[in-house]
Design a protein around this ligand. Structure first.
Ligand code: AMP
Length: 402
């Protein structure tokens, strides 16, 4: 029997998200999350899917990623699909930063791991955790192909004029300072899925994809290739996010150093963790922000308006970059669920051919759908993202092609 199952691991510094997917028919077999690894209060939520099994929650100390993966293995074992299973074809890892070198899903060996390590300075929050996840999985199944799927890969097609910052070329090249973009797995999946929804050939389509989650990014996609994206050297650039500022005058950093005596790490923490919606109104959950607006909260209103203003600027910018837009596509936690955000983002853009139908927009659901009126020249769509499925598909395609 040819193995057809892929385990997808998304390893963070203190968490591991996972999904087991059978690529023979795309069935999701199990999903789960190990959280607060290394703390006293670690927990594992595990949900077998398709078997009628109930979610199981175990609260026990998971000292490190090895312990977390062992606990995940036990849970999968209990459902008869453990890590030792001969049906497992490969493990697919989400890796945040692939730099310039990794533009495709890549079979992991020592040289690849070394290169992912070399990229730690440009992804200090993410790549170390991804490496830990890979090493842990290699210890458990050294015989199994392990594949890295990079968040930056989809954006590697960006032309130089979009990828380069206008700074001294020698300095930029010496330190690999350029725009890489992130959330690429999501932008790739969503743009392909949107083409299916629109019943169009992806090669003929120009799309603006808005991935609005706690982290948020926009991309301009032409013929299935990314031509510009809002995140840069790191995920800090671009849209207003849950806790990140997005675009800001870099002189703010010098200013805070000079007038507030903040060192680089303090400004880093400010812009990544205490800015965005949290910085503006103390809250990053869009549901709570909308509730507070309804109750007349001024800070929440202003935070929402700043968030929408930035979003609109990117829609306009990418409209100009693409020249012609077939659809604007919303995805991720906010994009998929917040009708007020979608409505406000395209309000006033009728002259550009953009409009949202109030009733279609208000209708919930977790399937890809159009929310623009029949007459709209530019379609507006909601397409739930599925980064795990995309990682599984890319991993499976690579190992079956070997
Ligand atoms: P993500 O990073 O894609 O998981 O998105 C997480 C964010 O989505 C949360 O911080 C919320 O702001 C937002 N979100 C999730 N569910 C909803 C909802 N039903 N309505 C509005 N926003 C939501």
């Amino acid at each position: 029997m040819t193995p057809t199952r892929i385990l997808v691991l998304n390893s963070g510094s203190s968490s591991v998200k996972y999904q087991l997917i059978d690529m023979a028919d795309g069935t999701r077999l199990a999903t789960g999350l190990a959280e607060r690894i290394g703390e006293e209060t670690s927990a594992l939520h595990h949900r077998p899917l398709g078997t009628g099994g109930e979610e199981r929650r175990r609260e026990e100390r998971l000292a490190d990623h090895d312990a977390a993966l062992a606990a995940i293995g036990e849970q999968l074992d209990a459902d008869g699909m453990g890590l030792e299973s001969p049906q497992l074809a490969a493990i697919g890892h989400r890796v945040v930063h692939g730099g310039l070198r990794f533009t495709e899903p890549t079979l992991i060996d020592d040289a690849v791991l070394k290169e992912i390590e070399r990229l730690v300075p440009v992804a200090p929050l993410h790549n170390p955790a991804n490496i830990t996840g890979i090493r842990t999985a290699q210890r458990v199944r050294p015989d199994l192909p392990q594949v890295a799927v990079f968040d930056t890969a989809f954006h590697s097609a960006m032309p130089e004029h979009a990828a380069r910052y206008a700074i001294d070329v020698e300095t930029a090249d010496a330190h690999r300072v350029r725009r890489y973009g992130f959330h690429g797995t999501s932008h790739a999946y969503v743009s392909r899925r949107a083409a299916r929804l629109l019943e169009r050939d992806p090669a003929q389509l120009n799309l603006i994809v808005l991935h609005l989650g706690n982290g948020a990014s926009a991309s301009a996609v032409s013929g299935g290739r990314c031509v510009d994206t809002s995140m840069g050297l790191t995920p800090l650039e671009g849209l207003v996010m849950g806790t990140r500022s997005g675009d800001i005058d870099p002189a703010v950093v010098f200013h805070l150093r000079r007038v507030a005596g903040m060192d680089v790490d303090a400004v880093d923490e400010l812009l990544n963790k205490r800015s965005g919606l949290v910085g503006l109104c103390g809250e990053n959950d869009m549901r709570v922000i909308r509730r507070r607006i309804d109750e007349g909260d001024e800070a929440a209103r202003l935070a929402f308006d700043i968030y929408i203003h930035r979003l609109k600027k990117y829609i306009g910018a990418y409209y100009a970059v693409l020249g012609r837009v077939d659809a604007v596509v919303f995805t991720a936690g906010v994009g998929e669920n917040s009708a007020p955000v979608r409505e406000a983002a395209v309000a006033g853009l009728e002259e550009l051919g953009l409009a949202v139908d109030g009733e279609l927009n208000a209708r919930g659901g977790d399937v890809p759908r159009l929310i623009s009126p029949e007459y709209a020249r530019v379609k507006v769509a909601v397409v739930p993202t599925d980064e795990e499925l995309e990682i599984a598909q890319q991993t499976y395609a690579l190992v079956t092609a070997r």
